[in-house]
Design a binder for this molecule. Structure first.
Ligand SMILES: [Zn+2]
Length: 455
C-alpha cells in the first residue's frame, strides 16, 4: 500500500510539469488560455502520467500512452471500451483505477473525463511488454550490438524496467531490428547483382557464377496460368564463388588436396553451402571456393565440381586428392567427374560409424592405429590384431578399402598425410552466425572469415 501511495505522489508532482498550450495560436489572437493539458509524445512519453482533462491528439496516441503507463508503473491494465469515440482503460485487479477518454468534436482531440486512483501494488508481469515495445526502446542498442545474446537482452530489460519478458518476444524484437537494419530477404536478393559486380571490380581473378531460373511473372495484370508463362522473371537458384588470391595460393603453393563439405543455411532463403578447401603447410584447411545451392545431392555437387574443374584448369586428375565425410552426393559426383582421383574419407567420421557396431577402447585404439600406420606391412599387422580381438570388426573394415582411410595406402603425390576433414569443425563453426543472415550480409560475413583465415 505504501508503494501505491508513493506512486500517486509521484504522479501528482510530475503531472504539474506537463505544459499547457495557448489556444490563441490556433484561433487568431483570442487571449484566453486553454484550461486543459495536452500530452506531448516527444517529452512526456517516457514519464507517462494522467490528469483529469488531459488531451491527446489521437485515439491511438491515447492507447499507446496507457500501455507505456502500464509498463512504467507496472500495472495490469485492460481496455474495456475501445472505439473511435470512446476509450476506457481499467485496472485488471480489484482496484478502482479507471481512465476514460472520449472524442471532443469541437477541439478534434481526445480528453480524459474520468480518472480514479490506484490502490493496487506493482506487478512484475506486465502484458504490454511486447516485441514492438522492445524494438521502440532498444532499437539503437540492438543495432549497435547485433549479436547481443537474448538472455543478456532479457536481463537488461528486467533490470531497467523491473518487468518479466518472454524470450520469444525478445528474439522477435531482435530479428525485427536486424531486418530493418540489414534489409529484408527480397531487398538483399535485389542487391546481389551489384554486390557481385563490386567484388569482381575489387578482387581480381575472382570467379562468380550465378544461376537463375525463369519463373512466370506474377502481377496484377498477368496470371501465369492464363498467360502460359510468356512474361517471366529471373529467380535466384545457385551461386558460385572462388576467390582469386586463394585460388592462386591453392594452385601454386599448397598441397593438392581438396576438402569438401556442406552445411545448411538457416536464413529465410534456406539452401545449402557447399565448400571446397585446400591444405596449407600446417595441415590446416583453408576454404577458397563455395556455392549456395538448393539441396545437398549429386546434381549440385556436380555443378560445383564442374565449375571448379574449369576454374582451376584441372587437367591431370592424378595430382589431386579429395577428402570428405563420405557424403553420398559428393562421392558419386567425384567418381563421375574424376574417376581416377584419390578420395579420402575423414577417419573421425569412419570411427563414428564403426563404434556404433563395434564398441570398446581396444578396438578404438586399433582402428586409429590402422589409420596412422604408414607402411603396408604395418597395416597388415594391425589388421591381424583387430581380427584376433573381434572378427566382425575386422570384416567391417575389410569392406572399406584402406586407400580411402589409411596413410599406408594414400597417394604420396600431395605430400599430405591428413586423416581428418577439418573443414566441418573449423569453417562451418566460424560461419555459424553468418548462416542465418540474408544473402548479401551472409556473403560478406563469409568473405570476412575466408580472407581472415587466408594463408
Ligand atoms: Zn490499480
Amino acid at each position: 500500500m505504501t508503494e501505491a501511495v508513493d506512486d500517486l505522489q509521484s504522479l501528482r508532482s510530475s503531472s504539474d510539469e506537463l505544459r499547457s498550450i495557448d489556444s490563441s495560436s490556433d484561433e487568431g489572437g483570442t487571449s484566453h488560455r486553454r484550461q486543459y493539458l495536452i500530452f506531448n509524445v516527444d517529452s512526456d512519453m517516457h514519464n507517462s502520467q494522467f490528469k483529469l482533462g488531459m488531451e491527446f491528439k489521437s485515439h491511438d496516441m491515447f492507447r499507446d500512452v496507457v500501455k507505456e503507463y502500464a509498463i512504467k508503473w507496472r500495472k495490469h491494465i485492460t481496455f474495456i471500451k475501445n472505439d473511435k469515440q470512446k476509450v476506457r482503460a481499467k485496472c485488471k485487479v480489484s482496484c478502482p483505477w479507471v481512465c476514460y477518454a472520449s472524442y471532443v468534436k469541437h477541439d478534434g482531440l481526445y480528453r480524459i473525463k474520468t480518472l480514479d486512483e490506484h490502490t493496487c501494488n506493482r506487478s512484475f508481469d506486465v502484458a504490454y511488454v511486447s516485441s514492438k515495445w522492445i524494438v521502440k526502446r532498444y532499437f539503437e542498442r540492438i543495432r549497435l550490438n547485433p549479436t547481443w545474446p537474448i538472455q543478456s537482452l532479457s536481463d537488461t530489460i528486467s533490470s531497467e524496467h523491473n518487468v518479466k519478458v518472454d524470450l520469444q518476444k525478445e528474439r522477435r524484437a531482435r530479428n525485427k531490428v536486424l531486418t530493418q537494419v540489414e534489409g529484408t530477404t527480397a531487398e538483399q536478393f535485389a542487391m546481389l547483382w551489384s554486390y557481385i559486380e563490386e567484388i569482381r571490380n575489387t578482387i581480381p581473378k575472382t570467379t562468380i557464377c550465378i544461376k537463375v531460373k525463369q519463373i512466370p511473372k506474377v502481377n496484377e495484370w498477368t496470371n501465369p496460368r492464363v498467360s502460359d508463362g510468356i512474361d517471366t522473371e529471373s529467380k535466384f537458384k545457385r551461386l558460385y564463388f572462388c576467390w582469386g588470391p586463394l585460388k592462386k595460393a591453392f594452385m601454386n603453393v599448397y598441397k593438392l588436396v581438396i576438402g569438401g563439405d556442406g552445411c545448411h543455411l538457416k536464413g529465410s532463403h534456406g539452401g545449402i553451402l557447399l565448400t571446397a578447401g585446400g591444405i596449407d603447410a600446417k595441415n590446416c584447411i583453408f576454404p577458397f571456393a563455395y556455392v549456395i545451392v538448393e539441396k545437398k545431392k549429386k546434381k549440385t555437387w556436380l555443378w560445383f565440381l564442374e565449375l571448379l574443374e574449369h576454374d582451376l584448369n584441372i587437367v591431370n586428375f592424378h595430382c589431386y586428392t579429395f577428402m570428405s565425410d563420405k557424403q553420398k552426393g559428393l562421392i558419386d559426383a567425384v567418381a563421375e567427374l574424376f574417376p581416377n582421383v584419390s578420395h579420402r574419407f575423414c577417419v573421425r567420421h569412419l570411427y563414428n560409424n564403426f563404434k556404433g557396431k563395434h564398441k570398446g577402447l581396444v578396438l578404438k585404439d586399433l582402428l586409429w592405429k590402422t589409420a596412422r600406420v604408414t607402411t603396408v606391412p604395418a597395416f597388415v599387422k594391425v589388421m591381424a590384431e583387430i581380427k584376433e580381438v573381434d572378427c566382425k570388426a575386422y570384416n567391417w573394415l575389410v569392406e572399406r578399402p584402406p586407400i580411402h582411410w589409411s596413410r599406408s595406402h594414400f597417394n604420396t603425390f600431395p605430400k599430405c598425410d591428413l586423416l581428418l576433414n577439418n573443414l566441418r569443425e573449423c569453417f562451418n563453426s566460424s560461419i555459424l552466425e553468418a548462416r542465418s543472415k540474408p544473402v548479401v550480409t551472409m556473403l560478406e560475413k563469409i568473405r570476412f572469415v575466408v580472407t581472415r583465415t587466408c594463408p
